[in-house]
Design a protein around this ligand. Structure first.
Ligand code: XMP
Length: 326
């Protein structure tokens, strides 16, 4: 039997009871596969890797080592939440790597979008491989591969950078959610006790805020992006749009325009709000945000975010525009 093919008889996991049954079955399967050996996992804090981490912690506890690489392109509060949930609450073996300077130094002055993606991907593998190289006795690598990844690619998580680990760091794979669809992973995550904002998280690209801080990334513009994104998420949550709108974020392009603040002329960045609905990201339509909410978000961004004097709403569907700006 092809272990990468979902059996036709497999029931869709839609309820807590079905999730509990899946968890019990996977805990046994993980124990049988791993025995008393050690497992390594790159834990981004996204739904898939978080659910895999929680499953493995339940199955093998401290035999799992999670590595969380903070590349400086995560959203506000995300690295802290990974530490809080997995280290403090679940008592996992978690290695937190502060690689912010390393990534931002490598990205300094680089404005080509694909080059930026390549640098982020390569640097991630290098940092992860370095951490893996420091550990002894690891025999397994856990991955948050899900069924659409298998259907869409050759079985290696499309955007999962650890797929490209060097030869001497090739381990046997542990992929407990590889036959699940995203909605099932969420049901399992909820049953494992993960927080809602982790389980129902909107899609977030591997290169993170890097593709939303267009052109050459600078620390001050990245900060404006992170803060404006946090305000947008906060207002969407307060107004019942979290979990309803498929993907929403801000973009800070690398150009400036004139404005006026405290009677003085300014020359600052615009913040672009993007909020789209989609089924599978191949096409996307624009969410009709109430004007009054857009006004509140605009006021907050203009008064709370440094270096910004204009807020725009992106009305372009995909196609013709892509969801991300780079
Ligand atoms: P686009 O911009 O192509 O995005 O319309 C479609 C979906 O894919 C996400 N996206 C990425 N995800 N690495 C990822 O892991 C990437 O390089 C990347 N680029 C885009 C995007 O957020 C949207 O959900």
């Amino acid at each position: 039997m092809d272990s990468n093919k979902r059996p036709d008889s497999m029931e869709r996991i839609t309820t807590p009871a079905l999730a509990e049954a899946f968890i019990a079955e996977q805990v046994e399967a993980i124990k049988a596969q791993v025995g008393d050996k050690k497992v390594l996992l790159a834990l981004s804090g996204g739904v898939d890797s978080s659910v895999v981490a929680a499953l493995l912690i339940k199955a093998i506890g401290k035999q799992l080592t999670c590595v969380h690489v903070n590349h400086g392109l995560l959203r506000k509060g995300e690295p802290e939440q990974v530490v809080e949930v997995f280290k403090n609450q679940m008592d996992a073996n978690l290695i937190y790597v502060d690689a912010v300077d390393r990534f931002l130094d490598k990205l300094a002055g680089v404005d080509d979008p694909e080059t930026k993606r390549k640098i982020i991907g390569k640097e991630f593998i290098d940092v992860f491989a370095e951490e893996a190289g420091k550990l002894e006795g690891i025999e397994f690598l856990a991955q948050g591969t899900i069924y659409p990844d298998i259907l869409e690619s050759d079985g290696v998580k499309a955007h999962h950078n650890v797929g490209g680990l060097p030869e001497d760091l090739q381990f046997e794979l542990v992929e407990p959610v590889k036959l699940l669809y995203k909605d099932e992973v969420r049901v399992v995550g909820k049953a494992l006790g993960l927080p809602d904002n982790m389980v129902y998280r909107q899609p977030f690209p591997g290169p993170g805020l890097g593709v939303r801080c267009t052109g050459a990334i600078t620390r001050d513009r990245l900060e404006a992006l992170r803060e404006s994104d946090a305000i947008l998420r906060d207002e969407f949550a307060k107004n019942g749009l979290e979990g309803k709108v498929w993907q929403y974020f801000t973009v800070v392009p690398d150009y400036k325009s004139t404005g006026i603040k405290d009677g003085k002329r300014t020359f600052e960045w615009p913040v672009v709000i993007r909020a789209v609905n989609s089924i599978d990201a191949t096409s996307a339509s624009i969410e009709e945000i109430p004007y009054s909410l857009l006004a509140v978000i605009t006021d907050r961004i203009l008064s709370e975010v440094q270096g910004v004097n204009r807020v725009l709403y992106d009305l372009s569907p995909k196609p013709v525009a892509t969801i991300e700006w780079e």
